[in-house]
Ligand binder design. Structure first.
Ligand SMILES: Nc1ncnc2c1ncn2[C@@H]1O[C@H](COP(=O)(O)OP(=O)(O)OP(=O)(O)O)[C@@H](O)[C@H]1O
Ligand SMILES: [Mg+2]
Length: 264
């Protein structure tokens, strides 16, 4: 049974794209057929993180949404990152489809969900992983509502945690399946138990994992994926814990409503 996993944070810069990219590569390296979709049309990242594998991007999620291509045309094989031919990346934008164009013209939000389903079927996916824009917009809410599992990324500060609580309450209303809370950018020397107690009190739900701040990620400067460059790093062990958490018990998950609420 295929699974849709959305990675979200209410505030920006918490590590959604890094987490989604690494989860996707780790899932694909374990032999699963995976597509990673950048639904963050306003501030995309995956075309940069996977730039070498993608080459020149002529078709993207935005091109699909404005009717310039089929969704399958926007799925780029990135087998070098996975070690087999079942790993795809769908970038948010191409040179042809700019942010002004899609913002100005708008699009039928139902196409997004239809595109997710088409990717799952035509690429015979085990996992469709969705990276999102911070906060709530049509793409984010549709992604959440389409998900079997939601990974909420947050820093352990009050602003982030207040936002993450909003994400969780919306997730509950949308009927997202499994929930995994990942506290990212945890400074070295942080005592794990007080951190866990603080976050769990704030959310009323157990956290899945505390992901350490890894200065090595800054040194990589986006040139290579972290899990490829540092496969034995504790941060990668944390990514694997998230996978174990969201992959567990997928058959018992509720299917979301086909037409999520529109925010526009
Ligand atoms: N665990 C970590 N340790 C060190 N640096 C990290 C870690 N996680 C993410 N980063 C860095 O933090 C920055 C923000 O990460 P990322 O782009 O993944 O966040 P985001 O939530 O997707 O941001 P946006 O809201 O802009 O889309 C990047 O420079 C990334 O390399
Ligand atoms: Mg991002």
């Amino acid at each position: 049974m295929s699974q849709i996993i959305t990675v979200h944070s209410y505030r920006g810069g918490t590590g959604k794209s890094s987490t989604a990219a690494n989860l996707a590569v780790l899932l694909a390296s374990s032999g699963r057929r995976v597509a990673l979709v950048d639904t963050d049309i306003q501030t995309p990242a995956l075309d940069i993180l996977f730039g070498d594998a993608l080459g020149t991007v002529r078709h993207s999620l935005s091109d699909y949404l404005i009717g310039r291509c089929e969704i399958e045309d926007a799925a780029y094989a990135a087998e070098a990152d996975a070690g087999h031919d079942g790993f795809f990346v769908v970038p948010a934008r191409s040179r042809a489809a700019g942010i002004n164009e899609i913002m100005g013209r708008g699009y039928d939000v139902g196409l997004l969900r239809e595109g997710f389903d088409r990717l799952i079927d035509s690429l015979a996916l085990d996992v469709l992983l969705l990276d999102t824009h911070a906060g709530f917009n049509n793409e984010t809410v549709t992604s959440m509502a389409s998900s079997d599992a939601l990974v909420v990324v947050t820093r352990a500060d009050r602003l982030d945690m207040a936002g993450a609580a909003e994400t969780m309450s919306l997730a509950e209303r949308l009927g997202c399946g499994r929930l995994s809370v990942a506290v990212n950018l945890v400074p070295a020397g942080t005592e794990p138990e007080p951190l866990r107690a603080k976050v769990e009190n704030a959310f009323g739900t157990p956290i899945t994992v505390a992901l350490p701040y890894a200065p090595e990620m800054a040194s990589l400067a986006g040139e290579r994926l972290f899990s490829t460059a540092y496969p034995h790093h504790p941060l990668v062990a944390g990514y694997r814990r998230i996978i174990a958490d969201v992959s567990n018990g997928t058959t018992a998950l509720r299917r979301p409503a086909p037409h999520p609420p529109s925010l526009s």
